[in-house]
Ligand binder design. Structure first.
Ligand code: NAD
Length: 401
């Protein structure tokens, strides 16, 4: 009696998870990818190849895991029917489409996992599943378990590094009844590393979302930029961080911590101790990779995991560069990141002046309206995952789901 695992997505993370899951004979692994012709292409590749996951070891060597998922399809009914664990492993803007397509076929006692969920995952999942959510358990992780990239579509994916531990929360529907602990089930699919660590509540995982990193760095770099003076080269994203950018990120992180503390005061029994400062997070998760740990700026400048990463830029006439605000650092990490955290802060009664300043700037670049002054009442709020958009009106309601 094999565990029926469904993986939604067709990118780097989905390739890794499909390979790891299918290499365990106790799983029957399906993949659903709705994007373009990915399902057809991937199916074709696997007719004459295995799916290989190459794991780069610390000593420079590597290990290969070969396997074949049972089914790769774009047909939601075929993919979902009977699934016991469903992973969503796509950028946050694609979650809505997956929820819409899979929900008619989701059965009772299904475990739905956002890997990572990103801010607002649970709000959207509850909303789109409706009554069905009562029969399901929703989990989300704070990040992806690995740094990974596809080397050859459908056939070869590389894991550059595993996280040691990964925080995850669960939200159990009132009549959901799983055979196994959701943490054990997910751990079995991932394998031994990273070790899942239970976070007490889902709002803490939201406040730990790593989508807070990019928008302050974008704002700090580009708010005074003159489009009439394009650059000759794309600047380094992390290695080029300056004091102003680091200070903006630090302030946003402090605002998340303040929201967590305010919630602890208002809702009995809630523990937000996992919502730590971004500097402490870097020092914990990239311990071996950072050469200068003096402060947040030097920590980002000297993190090997970030070597060579550049600002998202687009080319203009004459071959020079201007920033590309349609890239996910702003287009995704604001509506599916900062705006959600701002919304939680608003329900907790916490002022977030630095988040507000960054959102106000970013919405101008995105030609959207989320904030009006310091209130989330803009006309484009329905395109975000702020709790207000899904009808949450009080802080208590976030904990009554
Ligand atoms: P990815 O960039 O590989 O995702 C691309 C995939 O998303 C595509 O292959 C397609 O299946 C889907 N997609 C893209 N555009 C779409 C559209 N318009 N409609 C529907 N589907 C579409 O993503 P990833 O690298 O697997 O990362 C998944 C998540 O994990 C993201 O939130 C990412 O920020 C996060 N993350 C990734 C890494 C990493 O090392 N890759 C590390 C940390 C966090």
């Amino acid at each position: 009696d094999r565990t029926k695992v469904l993986i939604c997505g067709g990118g780097n993370g989905a390739h890794c998870l499909a390979g790891l899951s299918a290499s365990n004979p106790e799983n029957e692994t399906h993949v659903l990818t709705l994007f373009a012709d990915e399902a057809e292409r991937w199916t074709k590749v696997l007719q004459s190849n295995d799916l290989t996951v190459t794991i780069v070891k610390n000593d420079g060597g590597s290990e290969e895991i070969k396997s074949k998922p049972t089914l790769i399809t774009k047909n939601p009914k075929e993919a979902v029917t009977g699934a016991e664990i469903i992973f969503l492993i796509v950028p946050a803007f694609a979650h809505e489409q997956y929820f819409r397509e899979i929900s008619p076929f989701i059965g009772d006692n299904t475990l739905i996992v956002g890997l990572p969920g990103q801010a607002g995952f649970e709000f959207q999942c509850l909303h789109m599943l409706g009554e069905k959510a009562k029969h399901c358990t929703i989990m989300s992780t704070e990040s992806l378990p690995w740094a990974c990239r596809i080397l050859e579509f459908g056939r070869l994916v590389q894991i550059l590094g595993f996280k040691e531990t990964l925080g995850a929360s669960k939200l159990q529907g009132s009549i959901s009844n799983l055979k196994q602990s959701p943490f054990e089930s997910v751990q079995k699919v991932l394998g031994p590393k990273p070790v899942l660590r239970e976070i007490q509540n889902y709002i803490a995982v939201n406040l730990m979302a790593k989508s807070i990193i990019h928008p302050p760095l974008m704002y700090g770099k580009w708010s005074a930029f003159n489009e009439a003076a394009p650059l000759k080269e794309k600047p380094l994203f992390y290695q080029g961080v300056d004091e102003k950018q680091a200070s903006l990120l630090s302030s946003v992180s402090n605002e998340c911590i303040a929201i967590g503390k305010a919630i602890e005061k208002q809702i009995p029994g809630i523990d937000m101790s996992e919502v730590i400062h971004i500097l402490d997070w870097f020092l914990t998760y990239y311990a071996d990779q950072i050469t200068d740990k003096s402060n947040l700026m030097t920590t980002m400048q000297t993190n090997k995991a970030y070597d060579g990463l550049l600002h998202p830029m687009k080319q203009v006439d004459g071959g020079q560069f201007v920033p590309d605000f349609s890239y996910r650092y702003t287009a995704e990490d604001v509506p599916f990141g900062l705006v959600v955290l701002k919304g939680i802060g608003q329900l907790a009664g916490v002022d977030t002046p630095v988040m507000d300043e960054i959102i106000t700037w970013a919405q101008g670049k995105l030609n959207q309206e989320y904030l009006v002054g310091s209130e989330l009442s803009g006309k484009d709020l329905p395109k975000t995952r702020a709790p207000q958009r899904f009808g949450f009106k009080t802080l208590q309601q976030l904990f009554d789901v």
